[in-house]
Ligand binder design. Structure first.
Ligand code: TRP
Length: 376
């Protein structure tokens, strides 16, 4: 008979307080490099989970910043889970229009770039009851002040201009812990901004074990502590030379036609110097177009610049348009095919949801066992 620890929560946790420091970032980067190296020889040691909010169409910033890396993990043979974070949409906003359409658009984007539903479990977290049920015991393992200190929660709260914060917003890092821990993922590819959530997830995993794990046997915790995987990604900007983001209207979406891509790139901001050079600090807009040409041709951006020479921004734009359209043509063609077959998309999502449910049910059973909440 195990006894459940009644030690109070210690929310002065150093790891959490420290999760935004430079030292913490350096540690996460070093750990990521270790994992990247180990992945080459031991993909079977890893289970990856990551996801996106279904809030808009994926663009080239997403593709080169994260999607491409997920594909690489899938193709290395790592067990992969990709989550459509539909509940997170109601965290951020009051109105949820056309959520169904957005979910399917995200799924279609994933599949068009090569996420393979045979190898990767793609699912929507609202469709996995046992995942959501994990949030309840997890909430008992965190304190409100620790959540209020979470930098993302703080930033979101500030962005709402003093409007009252919903309980879901306050606790969404715990929901994210459930997203990650339901499948016992040990690697989570994310951007730096998500590091506090990862740290919160690690704290939840550890506290669950402290409270309910087998006393005297810490060798097999119920939840392994996951690591963030911070890969090096190119700093691709929008067509105006600022951060690529839907709200700035400076994106090239994966699903755009070749013509629309040409139109957007034609309007891209450049400068008045006809001589094209790669100088990301001094000439961010021109250099960003060169980076895009580089990413889509595999060539060095400096070599591309040299070749254009005094050809000016017109030549540069023509070259980028061609290389982007050529690179994404097969994905766009696949996207059009997928879009035309709604029944097939429904089947793929239903299958992913069913697989996620099987995993979540097994985890919840273990959790109930550990908590001594099995009564039959
Ligand atoms: N919070 C993430 C974002 O805003 C999306 C997300 C939800 C996620 N659950 C996750 C990412 C679990 C990684 C792991 O982009």
């Amino acid at each position: 008979m195990t006894t459940i620890s009644d030690a109070p929560l210690d929310d002065s946790s150093d790891a959490l307080a420290d999760s935004t420091s430079d030292a913490s970032l350096a540690r996460s980067l070093a750990r990521s490099a270790q994992i990247e190296a180990d992945l080459e020889t031991h993909p079977e040691r890893y289970r990856m989970l990551t996801g996106d909010r279904p809030t808009g169409h994926l663009h080239l910033g997403h593709y080169f910043g994260s999607l491409r890396n997920r594909l690489a993990l899938q193709d290395k043979g790592v067990e992969t889970f990709v989550l459509i974070a539909d509940y997170q949409v109601i965290t951020d906003r009051d109105e949820v229009d056309s959520i169904r359409e957005r979910v399917y658009s995200l799924l279609t984007d994933y599949l068009s770039i090569g996420i393979d539903p045979q190898r990767t479990t793609v699912f929507a977290h609202s469709q996995v009851p046992a995942l959501n049920q994990l949030m309840l015991p997890f909430l008992s393992l965190v304190t409100d002040s620790e959540l209020r200190r979470n930098p993302t929660v703080k930033a979101e709260q500030e962005a709402t201009g003093g409007r009252p914060m919903s309980g879901l917003m306050l606790t969404y890092p715990v929901h994210q812990a459930a997203d990650i821990l339901f499948c016992k993922a040990n690697v989570v590819p994310v951007g730096k901004d998500q590091l506090p959530h990862l740290e919160q997830t690690r704290v939840v995993a550890r506290r669950f074990d402290d409270r309910y794990g087998r006393p005297g046997d810490k060798s097999a915790p119920v939840f392994p502590a996951p690591d963030a995987l911070l890969s090096e990604v190119p700093n691709l900007l929008g067509t105006d030379g600022t951060k690529m983001s839907k709200s700035r209207g400076n994106t090239i979406e994966l699903r755009m036609s070749a013509d629309d891509t040409a139109k957007v790139l034609k309007k891209a901001v450049t400068d008045s110097d006809r001589h094209i050079t790669y100088d990301p600090v001094g000439r961010p807009e021109v250099s960003n177009l060169l980076l895009l040409a580089s990413l889509t041709t595999g060539r060095d951006p400096r070599a591309i610049a040299e070749e254009i020479g005094d050809g000016g921004s017109g030549t540069l734009k023509k070259l980028v348009t061609e290389s982007v359209n050529e690179y994404f043509a097969p994905m766009r063609a696949r996207r059009a095919e997928l879009e035309a077959d709604a029944a097939h998309l429904r089947e793929i999502l239903a299958d992913g949801n069913a697989r996620a449910n099987a995993v979540a049910d097994a985890t919840l059973a273990e959790v109930r066992e550990a908590m001594q909440m099995v009564y039959a």
